[in-house]
Design a protein around this ligand. Structure first.
Ligand SMILES: Nc1ncnc2c1ncn2[C@@H]1O[C@H](COP(=O)(O)OP(=O)(O)OP(=O)(O)O)[C@@H](O)[C@H]1O
Ligand SMILES: [Mg+2]
Length: 243
């Protein structure tokens, strides 16, 4: 089974690039290849023109790429602060040379709250387990985590899929704020109104490949859907990746 087959992908500085495509088109697989969650058999990834190779998701995080995955956004049983700091827990200063140091819960809670407040995600207490939150708030925690730690690239795979209109609007606002801070965001989404609201460019994925990149100011929603399903052909420029 080949989920990605010679897919081109280009992300530019401080842009929101939407990635759209039918179910099974290979969007998540493409993103997993960029974040070390899946190792491609061939091809190369360049960051600022330099080749990079990720053997696992930690490699990509070390390189500043932070991702909200479609399927494993948060750990429900852990509290909010622990979710924000998942995999990069703060520890107290221990005796020099100590191998195990105690978690610094207080620092994590304070910092998590600061990050949430920064991005205007309202939550009663960061000590609350994530399973007690609504779908939108959970997504908010996952998004805040990426925004707090992503230094180079933010990737979100269907961040609004489980959300209501108001909550989706919040996530779209967060995406805008992240871009306005100068970080590029890759947004995988089926929600065309959301895509058209926030995207600077739209990457259309079809049958495991990039079919086109279009400018949302030049194409409307029904044209983009037609390109996505193969009902319409892109222009030669769009096929080559756009202007
Ligand atoms: N772990 C896996 N093992 C084998 N095949 C897989 C695996 N994950 C995905 N696939 C296959 O790869 C193809 C692309 O899947 P992928 O999840 O990338 O699609 P997608 O565009 O993200 O779809 P969706 O819109 O449903 O999220 C599909 O045909 C899928 O069945
Ligand atoms: Mg997917």
């Amino acid at each position: 089974m080949t989920a990605i087959n010679g897919a081109e992908f280009e992300l530019r500085p401080a842009e929101v690039l939407a990635v759209i495509g039918d179910n099974g088109a290979g969007k998540s697989s493409l993103i997993k290849a960029l974040t070390g969650a899946l190792i491609p058999d061939a091809g190369e990834i360049l960051m600022d023109g330099q080749p990079v190779r990720f053997h696992n998701t930690l490699d990509a995080r070390d390189a500043g790429i932070e991702t909200v995955y479609q399927d494993l956004a948060v750990v429900p049983a852990l509290d909010i602060a622990s979710n924000v700091y998942l995999g990069r827990e703060l520890r107290r200063k221990g005796v020099r040379g100590a191998v195990f140091r105690q978690l610094d819960k207080k620092a994590m809670q304070e910092e998590a709250l600061r990050h949430l407040t920064d991005l205007k995600v309202s939550i009663k207490s960061v000590r609350q387990a994530v399973e007690t939150l609504s779908g939108g708030q959970r997504q908010g925690v996952a998004v805040v985590r990426t925004a707090a730690f992503g230094r180079r690239v933010i990737i979100m795979d269907e961040p609004t899929a489980a959300l209501g209109v108001r909550e989706s609007g919040m996530v779209i606002d967060l995406i805008r704020q992240i871009r306005d801070r100068g970080l590029p965001v890759v947004l995988i989404s089926h929600d065309m109104p959301n895509v058209f609201e926030v995207a600077d460019r739209i990457h259309i994925h079809r049958l495991g490949q990039r079919a086109a990149v279009v400018d949302p100011r030049e194409r409307n929603m029904s044209e983009v859907v037609a390109l996505m399903t193969g009902a319409a052909e892109p222009t030669p420029l769009e096929r080559e990746g756009g202007a």
